[in-house]
Design a protein around this ligand. Structure first.
Ligand code: CIR
Length: 257
């Protein structure tokens, strides 16, 4: 879980018109910019070099840059976002990936895949099948990962109400520990891990993010904060409420490797 680099993208003014199911009202752009700047600063303070890409007005959801790729130090995979309004975000990030990575693969054809559905735990990749990631997308990614020696497991979340991406509900913190939504806790293959199960009313906070020595925890979820700190992690609280309004969370705002 050691990251030296990250990519983020500034929110566009069109962010207000992104996709959402949250029913938390319109984001406040000024606060969104502030929270984004603080997030980038927190990555830097955790020891990561951050490249901040310019806003893309044509793509309201483009601040959620995690969905456009899967990155490892030795390669990157360009995704093919499941939401039609987001598909063009992939082409926008391709030159950036080509600049940073020696090998860049692409999800192709009718396959769809959002980076938010990909949860890495040491040498295993859990790939969510969701409303955004289809079987073909998952299989294309699994075969690229396999070439590089990673195992993959598919996790079907299509029946879980209100869970957009796999990482909306489960995240790996290192030290064999998952933070997860109670609805995923019983699911194979998550049994074998030390589980920090957030209460259902704090389901949003299952999207915590480990960056080097620190675990980013969304502000406002006391029980989750306690779970993370009691498990021995150093937690850093970050306010991402303006991103929650558009169904996004801590992991969605960056690509890390
Ligand atoms: C969307 O619906 O695509 C955006 N409004 C939210 C994307 C959140 N991304 C993520 O969980 N990786």
């Amino acid at each position: 879980m050691n990251f030296t680099h990250a990519i983020t993208r500034k929110p566009a003014e069109s962010y207000l018109h992104g996709i959402t199911t949250a029913e938390l009202g319109q984001p406040d752009l000024v606060l969104a910019y502030k929270q984004h700047a603080r997030y980038c600063q927190a990555l830097e303070q955790a020891g990561v070099q951050v490249e901040i890409l310019p806003a893309l007005e044509a793509y309201p959801d483009s601040v959620f840059v995690e969905d456009t790729a899967i990155v490892e130090p030795e390669f990157a995979v360009l995704s093919r976002p499941g939401a039609a309004s987001r598909r063009g975000e992939a082409a926008e990030i391709l030159p950036v990936l080509e600049d940073q990575f020696e090998r860049v693969y692409q999800i192709e054809g009718n396959a769809t895949l959002d980076g938010g559905d990909i949860c890495k735990a040491d040498d295993i990749y859990y790939i969510g099948l969701s409303a955004r990631t289809n079987l073909e997308g998952a299989q294309q990614l699994a075969s690229i990962l396999n070439y590089f020696g990673y195992r993959s497991e598919l996790i079907d979340i299509r029946r879980l109400q209100g869970i957009l991406h796999l990482k909306s509900a489960v995240n790996y913190l290192g030290e064999d520990t998952l933070v997860l939504d109670p609805r995923l806790a019983a699911q194979w293959p998550f049994h074998g891990y030390r589980q920090l199960v957030v209460p259902l009313e704090e389901a949003y906070a299952a999207n915590c993010l480990r960056v080097n020595e620190v675990v980013f925890v969304p502000l406002g979820f006391l029980h989750t904060l306690e779970l993370v700190t009691n498990a021995g992690f150093d937690a850093l609280l970050l306010d991402v409420y303006e991103y929650r309004k558009m169904d996004g969370g801590l992991s969605c705002l960056s690509l890390r490797w």
